[in-house]
Design a protein around this ligand. Structure first.
Ligand code: TXA
Ligand code: MG
Length: 351
């Protein structure tokens, strides 16, 4: 069992991402070893000076994050990459040119000055340049690259609104920089460039097709859509943990809209909910349900999923039957998060 100190005595400042003075205040907190939750275009991050091991250690305490799960280092400009990574391949520069700033993280060989606390002792470092004005301004104001996992308590869905961060982190971090809703709503694509072919570790805002178009061949890690075998060592340590999950059991229901709704109705008992597509609303009359986006609009699903899972994270919700999109691009990312929330449990309901 993990033993994590429960430190809940910090007074958490709420700062406004639109306000330049507040950004400077947040930058000073990071520069002096503190923790600031901040908006990015994907999800809110929980930031500390990536080169300060004591500051980074506080992230793990605040989140209750397992020590063996490395952090993504956020930079404001590609010129900061050289200070973090060594033997940077040409492909990394090409991908940075295509996808930075944006929802795209590259795993590269790390330089010795990046502390083991940030990379969980690995010889590699994950780096991303986010596409969010406040995030970029904060990195500049801090004068240092910022290590930041998603700003949720470990295991919970990532926060896509400042209110989500507050619910998880009030009293545990020095400040929350409120920048409204995150544009994408799911975490960045993570690709490992230290192996050949490059390996997709987590699907996100940059789809596998765009990566294949840029790189030719890529490998897709088996842990994205399948359960890992016992004792198997994950390439992205974060992939072995149950994730994105409300306290209820999540079960994915595959089949036509009508068959899925009929199945859920047949399972109805107190605590059973459906998480469905907007256009399926009419099938769920009399069944407690929440819609999280349109099945033909991946952006709406990505934007709605974590908020919906958080709304259903209540003591009186025991089972969530969830509808899951097919297809690639951003839908790969939606499916990966839902499958992880479900611990890969799926039911087919078409005869
Ligand atoms: O969109 C995002 O990526 C957000 C925002 C805040 O930037 N951050 C985020 O961080 O999702 P986190 O810590 O929740 O997820 C980082 C993932 C984990 O699965 C971790 O194991 C993996 O990236 N990772 C980090 N460093 C790695 C490394 N050196 N090698 C392999 N995987 C790594
Ligand atoms: Mg996370």
């Amino acid at each position: 069992m993990l033993s994590i100190k429960d430190e809940t005595h910090v007074r958490t400042l709420i700062l406004n991402a639109e306000n330049e003075r507040d950004i400077l205040t947040a930058g000073k907190i990071i520069a002096s070893g503190g923790l600031v939750a901040f908006p990015t275009e994907t999800v809110y991050g929980l930031g500390a000076d990536a080169l300060n091991p004591e500051a980074v250690a506080r992230i793990f305490t605040a989140k209750g994050r397992p020590q063996d799960n490395p952090l993504i280092v956020h930079i404001a400009d590609i010129s900061q990459l050289d200070g973090l990574a060594r033997e940077i391949p040409e492909t990394a520069k090409k991908l940075a040119g295509l996808f930075w700033p944006g929802p795209f993280t590259m795993v590269l060989k790390k330089r010795i000055n990046v502390p083991g606390a940030t990379t969980a002792g690995l010889d590699t470092v994950a780096v991303r340049c986010p596409k969010n004005k406040a995030a970029l301004a904060l990195i500049k104001a801090a004068g240092a690259p910022i290590a930041a996992p998603s700003a949720n308590r470990s295991g919970k869905p990532s926060p896509t609104k400042a209110a989500h961060v507050k619910a998880d982190m009030d009293g545990r971090v020095d400040a929350i920089l409120d920048g409204g809703d995150c544009e994408i709503g799911l975490e960045s694509t993570v690709i490992d460039l230290t192996c050949s072919p490059a390996r997709l570790l987590r699907p996100g805002g940059i789809g596998a097709d765009a990566l294949k178009a840029a790189l030719g061949d890529i490998a897709v890690d088996g842990a994205i859509f399948g359960e890992m075998a016992q004792g198997e060592k994950p390439r992205a340590p974060g992939m072995k943990y149950r994730h994105y999950a409300p306290r209820a059991r999540v079960i994915i229901v595959n089949g036509t809209a009508k068959n899925a709704a009929d199945f859920v109705r047949s399972q109805l008992s107190p605590g059973v909910w459906a998480l469905c597509f907007d256009e399926e609303d009419g099938f769920y009359d009399g069944v407690p349900h929440l819609c999280y986006g349109r099945s033909d609009d991946p952006k709406s699903l990505a934007g709605g999923l974590f908020s919906a899972l958080r709304q259903l994270d209540r003591a009186d919700v025991t089972t969530i039957y969830a509808r899951c999109p097919t297809g690639g691009g951003l839908n790969d990312a939606v499916r990966n998060r839902l499958m992880k929330a479900a611990g890969f449990t799926q039911i087919g309901v078409d005869a």
